[in-house]
Write a protein that binds this ligand. Structure first.
Ligand code: URA
Length: 236
């Protein structure tokens, strides 16, 4: 079912669910890069289809590839704890990755793999119309900042974690794709990847303090009006 949204802030659950279902159907059949040859499952995304917060990670790992769900391994446990620390559950947010198929041996996704997948990510953002996009780690940060015309602001995550950025409203490609969606209201927040805390527990306090900033960013963001609650799309 589709609705015409006159107020760009109005997101109807049915509308976003329809869009996410179409994206899932496309990703399941995707053979645009070589990762399709080694994947067990595609990992499209899960969570609330009208979420205020969209969390974008890097790429599925071993557990995610098996279960077709993002962040269900050790890094996912850290993420769930961080969300709980600001009173959120996974069901409150939408979680996905820059790349929808697991790179073998959890290698870093290549630029080509990220580029091939970027149209799916753009469509997910357009479907959900979040208030805040959280980019976990360097890969997600680079992909999202590029999509939103903030290329000149890209820096290593150790430098920009916890800061918020606004999209360049004149950045033609993404603004055209996003249509009436109030691009100017969106905030982009790069954070350390939760896996970083597993490798370096000293990053724990920075992650917890950045999640508090995320909570504050949501509280001051323009109110998003939602209408219908959506049925879950399983597995993605
Ligand atoms: N790391 C990611 O970036 N994404 C996942 O889904 C799991 C681990």
């Amino acid at each position: 079912m589709r609705f015409i949204n006159r107020d760009p802030r109005v997101v109807t659950a049915n509308d976003s669910t329809d869009k996410l279902r179409a994206i899932r159907d496309d990703v399941v059949q995707c053979i645009q890069c070589e990762l399709h040859k080694t994947r067990t499952n595609v990992v499209v995304g899960t969570g609330n289809h009208d979420a205020d917060i969209m969390i974008v990670g890097e790429a599925p790992g071993e557990e995610e590839d098996k279960l077709a769900m993002p962040f269900v391994g050790p890094a996912g446990n850290v993420l769930s704890e961080l969300l709980a620390s600001i009173g959120l559950k996974r069901e409150d947010i939408y979680i996905c990755n820059t790349v929808k198929c697991r790179p073998p041996q959890n290698a870093d996704p290549t630029d080509e793999q990220k580029n091939e997948c970027s149209s799916y990510l753009t469509r997910q953002i357009e479907a959900i119309q979040p208030k805040v996009i959280v980019c976990l780690g360097n890969h997600a940060t680079k992909s999202i900042m590029e999509l939103f015309g903030c290329i000149d602001k890209i820096q290593p995550i150790s430098k920009i974690h916890g800061q918020t950025f606004s999209p360049d409203p004149l950045f033609s490609d993404t603004s055209r794709r996003m249509g009436e969606f109030a691009m100017a209201d969106i905030k982009i927040m790069p954070l350390y990847h939760p896996a970083a805390q597993l490798h370096n527990p000293l990053l724990g306090p920075a992650l917890r303090s950045d999640f508090k900033k995320l909570k504050e960013a949501i509280e001051v963001a323009p109110h998003k009006i939602t209408s219908v609650s959506q049925p879950p799309l399983f597995p993605n």
